[in-house]
Design a protein around this ligand. Structure first.
Ligand code: ATP
Ligand code: MG
Length: 451
């Protein structure tokens, strides 16, 4: 991509209302634009990152056996009357009346709708287990939308719903999603710690939140230092092996990890003081097991092997890709801007022409651009006539993993400069060595994050 043909509406200064670093940087880097309180447009750079986050989430849902569908954003209030949640949900629900005076709503979540799909099409235990998910916009009329896309009113959510014949198989389904979340966040290049959670208005008895540690997180967290060194299962993990999956969950839940809402001093004091981590965190995922809470009132039944009909056992599993984008910035930035994890960076390399319009640097850049693009790199080429300082500042702000800098002085010596955004290291190399170094990084990145 040529920067001159792209659209990154950079702001010199972040608007005052932006309180936290991710909100400031997303505005400054031209990733989002607010349209109303808590409602944002996603501009090219922001959208590119969010799509990459979505894709990793999707791949790990698929790997764990979930099947993608797409449900609408607008739902009928009647479905919610069946579960009893239409009245209960309160002011967070955006209620709409259509031209026929029918009560509709903009979905804050989809338990009712997916239960309706299930009861229409599934009758027998032989069709179970089943897990259906979608990645769709949600609306919750938050009292205090703030921190940009971190707490929006309209936000993107991946929500999966599992259906099983009995409690035991339903728990196994919950464990599969738990493990897929470990893998998802690992591939997103962050540490997310599962913490025992309250089930809230959704109800049920088994629930975990996944939190990314960051100073600006809304939740206070208390967790054992063990979580910093636990292994995440590899791409080959066998989701059909219930015993294995359960043992991974046990490893990841045996040490203390709670947010302030669920914190218990008495249990915490049993943790060796040297191992106590008291930090802040951002909730990026939340999984629930709630059994027959919706299937019972909505009549979603399956016939078991004994010929008896039972309301199906369910769980629901959410991740907010739009919030994840902001959380990744909270976890990865410095004074100059964003530092993206390799797996979701909007481009791999920023190619910087220090003297656009100069025949020699233009030629060298064009040739490097072609070579890198052909080798499978996503390159953003700064071919504009901005000054060098401005180009460097922009490259640091948008946080691509590498900057490849081409100037007349380097070319005199047959060299280009390669800068690593996260370490700040700069190296002068000839073209071939620079490309080789990037290729090595590319294959390491694929091995580490590719799945
Ligand atoms: P919170 O406690 O932060 O308000 P929640 O517990 O109400 O969130 P869930 O129903 O658990 O949210 O939603 C699942 C996921 O959807 C969350 O883990 C988060 O990633 C995302 N999410 C929820 N609310 C928002 C929001 N207002 N803006 C952006 N993402 C959100
Ligand atoms: Mg939650």
């Amino acid at each position: 991509m040529l920067l001159s043909k792209y659209f990154i509406p950079v702001l010199k200064e972040a608007p005052r209302e932006a309180e936290i670093v991710s909100h400031k940087l997303m505005l400054r880097a031209g990733m989002i634009k607010q349209q109303s309180a808590g409602i944002y447009s996603w501009l090219p750079l922001g959208l590119k990152v969010m799509r990459k986050v979505e894709q990793i989430v999707r791949e790990e849902q698929d790997r764990a056996g979930a099947v993608e569908i797409l449900m609408p954003t607008i739902q009928s209030a009647d479905l919610w009357r069946e579960s009893g949640r239409y009245e209960d949900y309160g002011k967070e629900m955006l209620r709409i009346t259509d031209r026929h005076e029918r009560d509709m709503l903009f979905g804050p979540t989809n338990e009712e709708m997916v239960t309706d799909i299930f009861r229409t099409h599934v009758r027998s235990y032989k069709d179970l287990p089943l897990n259906l998910y979608h990645i769709q916009w949600k609306f919750r009329d938050e009292v205090r939308p703030r921190f940009g896309v971190m707490r929006g009113r309209e936000f993107l959510m991946k929500d999966a719903y599992s259906f099983d014949l009995d409690e035991a198989s339903s728990r196994a389904a919950y464990y599969r999603m738990f493990v897929s979340y470990l893998r998802t966040f690992d591939r997103l290049g962050v540490k997310a710690i599962p913490m025992r959670a309250d089930t809230g208005p959704i109800g049920g008895d088994l629930s975990h939140e996944f939190l990314i540690l960051a100073d600006t997180g809304e939740s206070e967290v208390f967790c054992h230092a063990d979580y910093m060194k636990l292994d995440v299962p590899g791409a080959g993990v066998d989701y059909d092996d219930d015993g294995l999956i359960q043992s991974i969950v046990e490893d990841w839940t045996k040490s203390y990890a709670r947010t302030d809402e669920m914190h218990e001093e008495a249990l915490w004091s049993n943790v060796d003081a040297a191992q106590q981590m008291n930090a802040r965190g951002i909730e990026v995922g939340h999984i629930f097991h709630f059994g027959q809470k919706y299937s019972e009132p909505m009549g979603a039944k399956v016939t078991g092997p004994d010929g008896k009909d039972v309301p199906v056992y369910m769980g629901s599993y959410g991740i907010g890709p739009s919030r994840v984008v902001a959380a990744l910035i909270e976890a990865g930035h410095d004074d100059n801007g964003i530092i993206w994890p390799a797996s979701v960076a909007p481009f791999d390399v920023g190619l910087i022409n220090l003297r656009s319009g100069d025949e020699r640097t233009d030629g060298a850049c064009a040739s490097l651009y072609d070579q890198l693009t052909n080798a499978g790199f996503d390159v953003l080429y700064d071919d504009t006539d901005s000054r060098a300082g401005g180009k460097f500042a922009l490259a640091d702000l948008i946080g691509l993993p590498w900057q490849l800098i081409i100037g007349p002085r380097g070319l005199d010596n047959g060299e280009v400069e390669l800068k690593n955004r996260s370490t700040g290291e700069r190296e002068s190399l000839n073209n071939e060595a620079a490309i080789n170094k990037l290729m090595t990084w590319q294959s390491e990145t694929k091995a580490r994050f590719g799945g």
